[in-house]
Structures are given as C-alpha cells and as structure tokens.
Design a protein around this ligand. Structure first.
Ligand SMILES: Nc1ncnc2c1ncn2[C@@H]1O[C@H](COP(=O)(O)OP(=O)(O)OP(=O)(O)O)[C@@H](O)[C@H]1O
Ligand SMILES: [Mg+2]
Length: 291
C-alpha cells in the first residue's frame, strides 16, 4: 500500500445510496466530499435530508445499497470492504442510536473492539491479541491505557464496569462513544448527532471529547443539527445537505449564517423549493442552549 498524502483523504465521489427495501428510491443522489487528515468537516441539513444515511453508507450498514459513486481511503475501495474491515482499517462510526448489551461491561466491550482491530484489515495471523508477546495488549497495558483515556475525557473509572448502554442516559451514551473512540484511536471518525434528546450536557461531552482527541492524523466528519456544537468544535468546512445532495459548502461563517437565517434562504439559493421555515434551525435547538 502506498502512503501518499492523497491516500489519507477520505474521498467520496458521486455517492448514491438507496434503502435496500426500495433500491429505486435514492436517498443520497450524488455526494462529493474530501476529508483530509487533521480536518473537521461538519455536515448540517434539515430533517430527512440524508445525513444519517450517509454515515451508515460509509460504514456499510446492511439496510442500504450503494447505487453509484465511489469511496476511497488509504488506497482502498471502501465500498468493497465489509463493515468490520472498515473499522479495522481505522474508521470509527458513533451510532446515532446505540443498542444496549446487558451483561457485557464497557471494559470488555472496548477490549474486544481493541483486540479485533489489532490484527488489522487483513487479519494478520502472526498477531495474537490475547498474547502480549505476539502483538497483543496485556490486561495491564489495556487498563493503563483505559485509565489514561478516562482521565483525558474526565470520566469516572466506575463507568467501565457498567453494562453497555444498559440504562444509560443520553449523556452516558455519548461518554461511551467518546471513550470507545479514544481507545480505538481511529484515523477517520464519523459522528452522527441525534436530532432529539441531545441535551446541553451531552453536547458538551461530545465537544470536549472530540476536541481532546483532535490531532493532525485524525479526520472528522461531524454530522449535526446543532450550530452551537460548532461553537465548541471549530470545523474547517461546513456542508449543507438537502434532498440527498450537498447544496452549499463553506467555512465556519456558513454555520453562523444558518444560525442567523435558518435553512430557508440557502436552500432557495440552491434552487430547492423545500418547505423549511426560516427559523427551523433555531427550533431544533434544545431550549437549554438558547441561553
Ligand atoms: N432504511 C431506510 N428505509 C427506507 N427509508 C429510509 C431508510 N433510511 C432512511 N430513509 C429515509 O431517507 C430519508 C433520509 O433519512 P436520514 O435518516 O438519512 O435523514 P437525516 O438527515 O439523518 O434526518 P434527521 O435530521 O432527522 O436525523 C428520510 O426520508 C428517511 O425516511
Ligand atoms: Mg439523522
């Protein structure tokens, strides 16, 4: 594999995606994106525009079928890889709706994810994750790293003994995502923020977590409804997604304009006749954030 800088960009060209149940009804209708290492790209857009579909398609969710276009990263045809291989290649997707796994502790869950990634995309048989002499991470080393990341994220150590998402609050689910990401040290993170139930605490956890992890090797695709999140995480590029297409891209000022004007004017400029109230964006914001 070559390791040129271009390879380290997540490049999405003309991506078209439909639900597997109805492959003729394309949700994404030609998405172009280029996320380089160290860059934070924010994707905003009204409800139902295709943001979550984009995140799922990038991780190979089985409910979606790619009907056109290509995605390359690290010299690989990402769309040809299984979801598992994409993760082992260093992509991370924080799920919009994580499921609960009663009986499995946060520590065990993260340890198996870290171990699975150790063997790399081609499952190097010389690496035995359970054997620290053969490239595995010893329990001691794992615990040390976990403590380090918990401290980085200002999280309580007791958290890792709890069962995955079992009775977790919205904020705790976000903490789990951030801890998982910190431990897996991905090079491309795709974060999808749910449109409801994300209170000011959860928003702060995501912002602080991502900021603590930003580094020149990490590319971030941050899908969000909340302009205010972008006051805490400074995006390099902001894209507006509507009706399955990116209709505008710009700097942080684009997010500020959206906060000011809502989606209406920008969508009309793009020639889209979408019935979105101009203050839709503000109505989306949790009340607690309005102050
Ligand atoms: N698996 C699916 N099967 C059928 N339709 C789907 C499926 N997933 C998404 N859709 C439809 O595609 C459109 C885009 O959905 P998506 O969840 O990607 O939007 P979104 O931009 O994430 O919205 P929100 O802001 O509400 O999170 C919606 O009309 C949705 O109903
Ligand atoms: Mg969504």
């Amino acid at each position: 594999m070559t390791d040129s800088n271009a390879d380290r960009h997540l490049v999405i060209r003309g991506l078209r995606v439909a639900p597997i149940a109805d492959p003729t009804r394309e949700i994404l209708q030609g998405i172009d994106l280029d996320v380089g290492p160290g860059e934070v790209h924010a994707i905003m857009g009204p409800n139902g525009s295709g943001k979550t579909t984009l995140a799922y398609a990038l991780m190979g969710h089985p409910a979606y079928v790619v009907t056109g276009g290509e995605v390359t990263w690290l010299g690989r045809d990402v769309l040809a890889l299984s979801a598992d291989k994409r993760a082992r290649l260093g992509m991370f997707l924080a799920f919009q709706y994580p499921t609960a796994i009663p009986g499995l502790s946060v520590a065990s869950f993260i340890r198996s994810a870290v171990n699975a990634k150790l063997q790399g995309i081609d499952k190097n048989p010389d690496i035995d994750p359970t054997d620290s002499i053969k490239g595995g991470v010893s329990m001691l080393e794992f615990r040390r790293k976990m403590r380090e990341k918990l401290a980085l994220l200002k999280m309580d150590e007791a958290f890792v003994s709890r069962y995955v998402n079992d009775g977790f609050s919205g904020g705790e689910k976000k903490r789990l995502e951030m801890l998982q990401m910190a431990m897996l040290e991905p090079h491309m993170a795709i974060l999808d923020e749910t449109d409801s139930g994300l209170d000011i605490d959860a928003l702060r956890i995501v912002a602080e977590g991502v900021n603590a992890m930003l580094n020149p090797d990490l590319g971030v695709l941050l899908i969000t409804h909340y302009q205010r999140l972008l006051n805490h995480i400074t995006p390099d590029v902001v894209h507006v997604l509507a009706r399955g297409r990116i209709v505008a891209s710009g700097g942080k000022d684009l997010a500020l304009r959206l906060e000011d004007e809502g989606y209406g004017p920008i969508l009309r400029e793009a020639g889209l006749d979408i019935d979105v109230p101009d203050d839709a964006l503000r109505l989306d914001e949790p009340a607690a954030l309005a102050h």
